[in-house]
Design a protein around this ligand. Structure first.
Ligand SMILES: Cc1cc2nc3c(=O)[nH]c(=O)nc-3n(C[C@H](O)[C@H](O)[C@H](O)COP(=O)(O)O)c2cc1C
Length: 192
């Protein structure tokens, strides 16, 4: 039986946000998540959303566009992925859906078989359309959607402190719970 703490060592959680806005609530949620995972795991914030070209199967071959190669390299490093996205017009932001389109398929650097979760920070249990769409796309991608890592927690914009983190203890508990659920899942997989 492997000790859970040691089996998490080197575990990388990739944090992928769906907003391109400065001072994004979703980005703050993910940055906060990165501070709440166990010390022996590593949080990696994906920052290339704005650089990705529009998905085109004709471009999905070597040499890949550099931003796509970067995205897939980060996914190759990841043991699990945590998402947080705004909802636009009852669905996913186009730029974020574009990112997801680059992650579909069975090659390496995709979402296939990766444990995934999300934090939905929309107020009043909103953004149902976006997260339903995310569930659909992640299912199509063959990702392993981990229930305890999928949480709703309303996060007002003024909850973001000057350091870009969320200080509210109750919100942090929920965000940290989602991140830790992914780390625990990775540890469990490594122990079998
Ligand atoms: C063009 C536009 C459309 C939006 N549509 C929705 C919507 O359909 N449902 C919703 O709950 N919020 C909607 N919103 C609010 C965004 O989801 C909200 O601004 C977002 O959660 C903020 O996240 P961010 O700070 O990370 O960008 C919309 C915002 C914009 C700018």
């Amino acid at each position: 039986m492997t000790n859970q703490a040691s089996s998490v060592s080197g575990c990388v959680i990739l944090l992928v946000g769906g907003s391109r806005r400065a001072n994004s609530v979703n980005a703050a949620v993910l940055k906060t998540a990165g501070t709440l995972i166990p010390a022996n795991a590593e949080a990696l914030i994906y920052g290339g959303l704005s650089n990705l070209p529009h998905f085109n199967p004709d471009l999905d071959r070597d040499p890949l566009p550099e931003p796509v190669a970067h995205l897939r390299a980060q996914l190759r490093r990841a043991d699990a992925v945590l998402f947080s996205t705004p909802e636009y017009a009852s669905s996913l932001p186009g730029s974020f859906k574009n990112l997801l389109d680059w992650t579909i398929g069975g090659g390496d650097g995709r979402l296939y078989r990766l444990p995934v979760g999300w934090v939905n920070p929309s107020a009043h249990g909103g953004a149902k359309g976006a997260y339903q769409a995310l569930h659909t796309v992640l299912t199509m991608a063959g990702a392993d959607i981990l229930g305890p890592a999928c949480v709703n927690v309303p996060v007002p914009r003024d909850a973001i402190a000057a350091d870009g983190l969320i200080a509210d203890a109750a919100i942090r508990t929920i965000i940290g719970g989602a991140a830790r659920a992914l780390v625990d899942c990775v540890a469990e997989r490594r122990s079998v």
